[in-house]
Design a protein. Structure first.
Length: 313
């Protein structure tokens, strides 16, 4: 008997297309997909279908390749999980190591980026973190806001920011010129025409103008850094007093290029607060198929989404 009732995706044609292609190249992933889509509320599923339409545009006629790269990426993550369980730490411990092994390998990075794009739909924490950004953080921007994003990657967060009418100006930073080119290309495929100021900036050494932005976003970046506290210090300086920041980082989440490990959600919240931010809200999104309680008890991966503010004084 099939583990996944594909009829649950009836009425969501873009999701159906992505999932059908994925299960053609990886039939064994059916059990996982059953857990992923089992409890989706209709409104969330509708927004995921809208997201799937964007993923299809970014795949640009190569959906099967992206799905195969997603499978390859998941297998690489599983190897890191085995290491993490045996040793209680991530395999790599410095950006230098990650650069030598991952970031300086163009063929590896191409497949990795493709896989991450598919994961935005298929991994529950990724899908829900982006949805929280769309539905909760972005509407909190006041008219005339200036927006900053660090590490825009596949461009999906930045795309949704361009659709927010309250945001008057957008800026994006990345340490890599090739990554900036990739983000520009992605936004072009998505039909974005709004001007965006792209800056090549190392977030650990940047000296931004004081109080330049009303809101900032750093998603799935901090865990890749040797000194994530420096990144948040930079962003705190860049925000206006009262400015808001969306932070997304995982605990207990081994990956080929993750180097900074937080072990509990409490530890991560304390880390953000220690950088001088006032916590407004926090959401914890456990790995697909696990409750938050089980994920905490078994030290499974949990995405931590924090909305914080630079104090007024």
């Amino acid at each position: 008997m099939s583990q996944f009732d594909r009829g649950r995706l009836a009425g969501f044609p873009n999701l159906t297309r992505v999932v059908n292609c994925l299960l053609e190249v990886w039939p064994e992933h059916e059990v996982y997909c059953a857990a992923r889509f089992r409890d989706d509320a209709p409104d969330f599923a509708r927004r995921c279908d809208d997201l799937a339409a964007l993923v299809l545009k970014l795949a640009d006629g190569r959906l099967e390749t992206y799905c195969r790269d997603y499978r390859w990426m998941c297998e690489a993550f599983l190897a890191e999980e085995f290491y993490f369980r045996r040793h209680g730490k991530y395999r790599l411990s410095s950006f230098e190591q990650a650069y030598a092994e991952i970031y300086n390998n163009d063929a590896y990075m191409s497949r990795y980026v493709n896989g991450i794009l598919i994961s935005q739909l298929i991994w529950t924490p990724h899908a829900r973190a982006l949805d929280y950004f769309r539905t909760t953080f972005l509407p909190g921007n006041k008219p005339g806001s200036r927006y900053l994003e660090v590490g825009p990657g596949h461009g999906l967060f930045l795309y949704f920011a361009t659709q927010e009418p309250a945001i008057a100006a957008l800026e994006a930073w990345d340490v890599s010129e090739s990554s900036i080119r990739a983000t520009r290309r992605a936004l072009g495929l998505l039909g974005v025409t709004r001007p965006i100021a792209f800056e090549r900036q190392d977030i650990l050494n940047a000296t931004p103008p004081e109080a330049a932005f009303d809101s900032a976003v750093i998603s799935e970046v901090l865990e890749h850094l040797d000194f994530p506290e420096r990144a948040l210090a930079t962003l705190r300086r860049a925000l206006k007093p009262g400015g808001r920041i969306f932070i997304n980082a995982p605990v207990n989440s081994p990956a080929p290029d993750h180097i900074y490990l937080w072990r509990t959600t409490d530890e991560f919240i304390a880390f953000v607060g220690a950088q001088g931010f006032e916590i407004e809200a926090a959401e914890f999104m456990p790995v697909t198929g696990a409750s938050l309680e089980r994920a905490k008890r078994q030290e499974l991966s949990i995405s931590c989404v924090v909305v914080a503010r630079r104090p007024e004084a």
